[in-house]
Design a protein around this ligand. Structure first.
Ligand SMILES: [Zn+2]
Length: 431
């Protein structure tokens, strides 16, 4: 039988080298050295890295690529971003949101980003974003797993119609229950919202992903309530705390009690390094806090940590390119996770950890997994992050859906080589 695709001589994220990957019927049928079989297409990876696709566990696709509409965020703060989004929402149209989202998905594919969890604001009585992103979800289904979170941006209780709209969005087909407890009027309302949202998810058999404690206030402790409700309602593994930035500023003694509770409830932790480093610490003089949650400490407790992109060219963030390697790079820098093992871990935070958080089925580079993968111009995962490596080929269901030529520069220097391949600078190291 002829294969759909055969990739020869790949290095895998776990360090295996000289591996061939056979794909047929949309699945990986073999991962082993020296496969000899006919294939509709054969790619020589030439020892470079083949990874599972990148996964973004936290994004806002209803706002993406809206930069400058209706104006720029001058202060750069979270609160001006929310205010700006409030100005933009009434003038959004379904068509415009769909067009921008599809354009972003094209970029995502070119970056090997094939699964995205996007929050969608439900604090708009017309549910324009919900209607638009449900349409986008269907359109991109052949190439991107788009998971949607019903997100009450203005607060479940602070906004009068938020709960009604959230339930309607879930009825319309939105996948996950969202929330923003630190933005409610009081700590009590925040805790009440966590309880209510978890109950909605338990009743409907859904997952939960809250914007949780996106604050520098060390007393913002809604993650504690989320862990408690997860445990109480039997939602282990199905809830996520996004941002968790207040943990950066919390008292160490309290954190030493909190982390085991998060681990015990199997709450998924999602940091958003690019956004957390720019939005947090804004009320500080010097020293300025970084605001990223405690990634290495959570890792050490066995908590599943992912990195999300959060924003690309929207009211909150003017940069971004759908590149999860840039996100991973910022993540390990901010966390000062600089050992070789740490940087490999950062790569996992943009691939297999978020795949687990999203509950993706068939994700992996093993026989029987979906034939979704990315060939990178890099020797390994550390090199991929260092160079924000070119995605040479992006494969979905055993078909190449995007290709980019390798980045090779031409030199005109007497006595020096004619070309420079940035991937040729990998260190010689064992292990
Ligand atoms: Zn967000």
């Amino acid at each position: 039988m002829s294969l759909d695709l055969l990739i020869k001589n790949a290095t895998l994220p776990d360090g295996r080298t000289g591996v061939d990957i056979a794909c047929s019927g949309g699945l990986i049928t073999a991962v082993e050295p020296a496969i000899t079989a006919d294939a509709a297409r054969t790619i020589d990876a030439d020892g470079q890295l083949v990874s599972t696709p990148f996964v973004d566990s936290h994004f806002h696709m209803d706002a993406t690529l809206s930069l400058g509409l209706p104006r720029m965020n001058v202060s750069g703060t979270l609160l001006e971003g929310i205010a700006l989004w409030g100005e933009l929402k009434p003038i959004l149209t379904v068509d415009a949101v769909v067009e921008r989202a599809l354009k972003y998905c094209d970029l995502a594919v070119s970056q090997g980003l094939l699964a995205i969890r996007s929050h969608v604001d439900v604090c708009d009585d017309n549910l324009t974003g919900v209607e638009a992103l449900l349409e986008v979800k269907e359109k991109v289904k052949p190439y991107i797993d788009l998971q949607l979170v019903a997100f009450p941006q203005d607060g479940l209780y602070r906004s009068e119609t938020a709960e009604k709209n959230l339930l309607k969005a879930l009825d319309m087909g939105v996948d996950v229950v969202g929330g923003i407890p630190h933005f409610e009027r009081t700590m009590d309302d925040g805790a009440r919202s966590v309880k209510r949202l978890c109950e909605i998810a338990a009743d409907r058999g859904l997952m939960v992903d809250l914007h949780c404690d996106e604050s520098d206030d060390p007393l913002s402790r809604h993650i504690e309530t989320l862990a408690y409700e997860t445990q109480r309602l039997g939602l282990q593994g199905r809830t996520a705390g996004s941002h968790l930035t207040s943990m950066h500023s919390m008292d160490n003694y309290y954190v030493s009690k909190l982390l085991p509770l998060i681990a015990e409830a199997d709450v998924q932790a999602i940091a958003n390094p690019l956004i957390n480093i720019t939005l947090q610490g804004r009320h500080d003089s010097y020293p300025k806090r970084r605001g990223q949650t405690r990634v290495p400490e959570m890792r050490d407790y066995g908590i599943n940590v992912s990195f999300g992109h959060d924003c690309v060219m929207d009211p909150w963030y003017s940069q971004g390119s759908g590149d999860m390697l840039e996100v991973a790079s910022m993540g390990f820098h901010v966390a000062q996770m600089t050992s070789r093992a740490d940087i490999r871990y950062a790569f996992d935070c943009a691939t297999k950890h978020p795949a687990k958080a999203l509950g993706l089925q068939g994700y992996g580079l093993e026989k029987g997994c979906k034939a979704d993968m990315v060939l990178l111009q890099a020797a390994d995962t550390i090199e991929a992050i260092r160079m924000k490596a070119t995605r040479l080929a992006v494969v979905k269901a055993g078909k190449v859906i995007c290709e980019t030529p390798p980045r090779i520069a031409t030199l005109s220097l007497a006595g020096r080589p004619e070309t420079v391949n940035p991937a040729a600078y990998a260190p010689n190291e064992a292990g």
